[in-house]
Design a protein around this ligand. Structure first.
Ligand code: SF4
Ligand code: SF4
Length: 92
């Protein structure tokens, strides 16, 4: 059965995103693509992201990502991925 987004089999993820359930998504930053502009840091209100010593951004261990996609919307280099599932690791 298609959900309200018209997609098959992804209803629970979309429902969690609409419900704003923190910690059920994993943020990943592709370090090779990150230029350190900091736009994502400015829009993430949940403390998921932080600056690294080399001036880029990474997702914290034990992050509680809401899956709101605000960071993706402002990232001009497409360095960010938001995946379903609880985030316990940083990804380079
Ligand atoms: S918005 Fe994208 S390029 Fe800018 S710091 Fe965040 S991940 Fe890096
Ligand atoms: S989707 Fe991006 S802006 Fe939203 S909580 Fe997760 S890391 Fe923060």
């Amino acid at each position: 059965m298609p959900d309200q987004t018209g997609s098959e089999g992804n209803g629970s993820v979309n429902n969690r995103r609409r419900a704003g359930v923190a910690g059920l998504f994993t943020a990943r930053i592709k370090s090779m693509l990150c230029v350190g502009c900091g736009e994502c840091l400015a829009v993430c209100k949940y403390g998921v992201l932080r600056r690294t010593s080399d001036g880029k951004v990474e997702a914290k261990i034990g992050q509680k990502c809401l899956g709101c996609h605000k960071c993706i919307a402002v990232c001009r280099t497409k360095a960010i991925q938001i995946l379903p599932g609880i985030g316990f690791s940083r990804t380079r």
